[in-house]
Design a protein around this ligand. Structure first.
Ligand code: LMR
Length: 408
């Protein structure tokens, strides 16, 4: 009965790793998936995460979150209460009036993707507008997540290939002509794949336009701490939209900023205009989650709560996070210098201007295919490279490959 099933293509991002794993070349380099690597090219588990895990296993004075983790009980449908509270504070600020007035409901979800999906399904069931506008380009999974959640997906202009910067005029025009009430997906910081963010002044204009047109902001925050190195600065766009008293949704991920990729830990917050609304919204979120996966996993959320609740551990985390962000910035400079040294044709300054984990190189599909075939360098076909996968040792190899691809 399944004989008619056709083979599906690999995922455009995760499939890059599958192709990389099959390549026997000793010089192969995986710059596909956005996952941090050390200077030695190894995955990194933060020291503070290891310390939190030790506490989860050993601490006799453990608090509730630690205990539930140790005994492996079910969490409630909305996840670990302390994790949710601390995640909301991290996103909206220590003394956010919206939190104080209980206008925010936060539920633990399966990292950023799971938070987007739960938020999307909630909107499809309970929000009057079913159209979501996503930036062009955006993370390849966004249109799939929202379509399957029951929303209709449209795009707004975002990136200008000519300037390798923001198409601010196009963005405003497209949002201005979206139907009133439409949902708009915004990358909170470190836009994936372009590494191009609006300035604070541009964010303010976007906010004004969106509020006047009653558009519903849905933020995807996957890189808090990775754009500027500061958790607060990277939350500013979101906080701007919350400070005006209006509603919004935020999907938060701890994959990158705590290196908890495989723990699938994240949160969905829905900011409402009153406490009683927030409490009813939460009751409906439970109805979305329960038939989907019942309740979320304990371990990752316990690690995050252990770190966020303790001042010392929190500070230790920010230092380690900053070190990751700084190493990526160093890689940007090294790659830029290496291309300059080779006299590679083109203006490569966008490598140092773009922010976050990725550089949107401007290389086309054929050039990417050439670099994979001849240099064993793996990246997504849109020319995005994960700077987090690069090291001082591998920069020359990448620069050689880019040089050969553009001078061919
Ligand atoms: C990426 O864009 O590489 C990451 O967000 C990982 C993923 O799940 O695609």
């Amino acid at each position: 009965v399944f004989a008619h099933v056709v083979k599906a293509p690999e995922d455009p991002i995760l499939g890059v790793t599958i192709a990389y794993n099959k390549d026997p070349s000793p010089v192969k380099l995986n710059l596909g998936v956005g996952a941090y690597r050390t200077e030695e090219g190894k995955p990194l588990v933060l020291n503070v995460v290891r310390r939190a895990e030790q506490l989860l296993i050993n601490d006799r004075q453990a608090k509730l979150s630690v205990l539930v983790s140790r005994v492996k009980e079910y969490l409630p449908i909305v996840g670990l209460a302390e994790f949710n509270k601390l995640s909301a504070k991290l996103m909206f600020g220590e003394d956010s009036p919206a939190i104080r007035k209980n206008r925010v409901t936060t539920v633990q979800c399966l990292s950023g993707t799971g938070s987007l999906r739960v938020g999307g399904e909630f909107l499809a069931r309970h929000y009057h507008q079913k159209t979501i506008y996503i930036p062009q380009p955006t993370w390849g999974n966004h249109p799939k997540v929202f379509t399957l959640a029951g929303l209709s997906v449209k795009t707004y202009r975002y990136y200008d290939p000519a300037t390798r910067g923001l198409n601010f005029k196009g963005l405003l025009e497209d949002l201005d002509s979206a139907p009133s009430g439409a949902i708009v997906l915004l990358h909170a910081c470190a836009h994936n794949p372009t590494g191009v963010d609006p300035t604070p002044e541009q964010w303010e204009k976007i906010r004004q336009l969106m509020r006047s047109r009653k558009l519903m902001p849905f933020f995807d925050s996957a890189y808090q701490g990775f754009a500027s190195g500061s958790l607060d600065v990277d939350a500013q766009a979101v906080r701007m939209f919350v400070a005006d008293g209006g509603e919004c949704l935020v999907a938060q991920s701890y994959a990158k900023n705590m290196g908890l990729y495989g723990e699938r830990v994240g949160a969905l917050s829905i900011v409402c205009n009153a406490a009683d609304v927030a409490s009813r919204v939460e009751s409906q979120l439970k109805l979305v989650i329960r038939p989907m996966y019942s309740n979320p996993p304990i371990h990752g959320a316990s690690i995050v709560a252990t770190i966020l609740r303790d001042k010392n551990m929190f500070n230790e985390w920010t230092v380690e996070l900053k070190a990751m962000a700084d190493r990526i910035i160093t890689m940007r400079q090294k790659l830029f210098d290496a291309l300059r040294a080779r006299g590679t044709p083109g203006d490569w300054s966008h490598i140092i201007k773009q922010i976050g984990m990725f550089t949107f190189t401007g290389l086309n599909k054929e050039q990417v295919a050439f670099m994979t075939k001849e240099y064993h360098i793996y990246m997504t076909s849109d020319g995005r490279i994960s700077m987090a996968g690069l090291s001082s040792k591998t920069v020359p190899h990448l620069a050689d490959a880019i040089h050969a691809a553009v001078t061919r």
